[in-house]
Unconditional design. Structure first.
Length: 369
């Protein structure tokens, strides 16, 4: 075997520059185009953050209003897409439905092969507008509920919750949802964004890149962790069961979902903001028992293993308390991260080099038949 160094999982290997966001474990910060994500989560709509990530600057009021018009006009799903989703079994994982929907939207778009930055930005905005309807449609059909059509008097977050539940959400709920979208929107070269960039680097179209990214996000080591957190909570049941549950999990070398991070080793910079939004939701819905379970597991695991929660840990229970069913959690992450993915596709295309790493062969020596 050659004596080349292997960077397993590409851990610690910078593969390109990006101006979209910076993850800084030393200062425990995450900046979108230079702005701390906490400030954006406090002061901006998700729509404004999306424009910041795509364009590099915060939008003016006119640009915000123009995008709001575009987004509202593109919310409704094409009948053809709805009937295609209807052909999928209701047992299909919602991430498979979302992945299929993105692929169908791409196959139905006449501009798919136009890889110019202008055309790709329009595609990114269309996906942004359509994904809430896909996610809400699938959740409702799985529960045998009537489809709720979008309302153009509501903003993105209000309308998403409206389409999912058929009633207007309380301001505390809308706010926690908006915060989750802002925090989930972008995180540099995470596995799904890197997947999108690899696909874009071949000059394939934006929809192919997003379809691949959805696939990468599904896994429990990445976006699937927010769903897995809720399974853990269901298994544990209540705070007093945390210690015996954890004893058993650690004895069996189980990974505790929603904890740990490849980059942050001393806490995920997004957690305090998401946790605060979750706590406001909990105060609103009156589920202090869930907060107790949340805190007990986090404290106990940190004390025993020195491992901190990541964003998925507060996001999972927040989505549960909003009323989303557990398999819908990772599709909600898709609706947020589509912004980051597409900003990265635009960046990759603007300065492209095919992404093609090396491997070190460790199979049998050359042999002959
Ligand atoms: N539960 C138990 N042990 C853990 C956890 C965890 N959640 N996370 C890390 N560890 C342990 C590992 O077992 C390993 O221990 P060892 O050295 O004794 O073998 C050590 O900490 C290092 O962990 P790695 O998995 O090697 O670290 P890596 O940087 O590769 O992994 C990852 C990061 C994949 C996120 C990991 O922490 C994990 O699997 N977490 C659970 C899944 C999860 O929550 N993913 C969401 C990521 S964030 C996001 O997508 C928003």
């Amino acid at each position: 075997m050659e004596s080349k160094e292997i960077y397993k999982g590409l851990a610690g290997v910078p593969v390109d520059y990006t101006a979209v966001s910076s993850v800084n474990p030393e200062s425990n910060s995450l900046l979108y185009r230079g702005y701390p994500v906490q400030e954006l989560a406090e002061r901006c709509s998700y729509e404004q953050v999306a424009l910041l990530l795509w364009n590099g600057e915060l939008p003016t009021d006119d640009e915000t209003a123009e995008f709001a018009r575009f987004e509202r006009e593109h919310r409704a799903l094409e009948p053809q897409l709805k009937s295609l989703i209807d052909t999928l079994p209701t047992s299909a994982h919602p991430m498979d439905v979302v992945r299929t929907a993105v692929s169908v939207i791409g196959a139905s778009d006449e501009t798919t092969e136009d890889n110019s930055a202008e055309a790709n930005l329009v595609k990114a905005k269309r996906l942004f507008a359509q994904l809430p309807a896909v996610v809400a449609y699938d959740q409702r059909r799985r529960h045998g509920q009537e489809v709720v059509t979008p309302r153009d008097d509501l903003d993105y977050s209000q309308n998403f919750l409206w389409m999912a539940f058929g009633e207007e959400a309380a301001p505390e709920v809308v706010d926690a949802f908006r915060v989750s979208m802002v925090l989930y929107a972008e995180h540099s070269f995470n596995a799904s964004t890197f997947t999108a960039r690899v696909i874009a680097s071949t000059t394939a179209d934006l929809y192919s890149a997003v379809t691949g990214a959805v696939g990468a996000l599904k896994g429990a080591l990445h976006g699937g962790a927010n769903e897995a957190v809720m399974h853990t909570f269901a298994e544990i049941g209540s705070a007093e069961n945390v210690v015996p549950w954890l004893d058993d999990a650690l004895a069996n070398k189980k990974k505790i979902m929603g904890f740990g991070h490849r980059v942050y080793k001393h806490g995920d910079s997004r957690v305090p903001t998401m946790q605060a939004a979750m706590e406001r939701m909990i105060a609103h819905v009156g589920r202090e028992d869930m907060l107790e379970l949340y805190r007990t597991l986090a404290d106990e695991f940190l004390e025993r293993k020195g491992i901190y929660p990541n964003l998925d840990y507060p996001a999972g229970p927040t989505y549960h308390l909003m009323g989303f069913d557990t398999p819908t959690f990772t599709p909600l992450f898709v609706a947020a991260r589509v912004t980051g993915w597409t900003a990265h596709v635009l960046e990759q295309n603007a300065n492209n080099a095919l992404i093609r790493p090396l491997s070190v062969y460790n199979g049998p020596e050359e042999r002959h038949l």
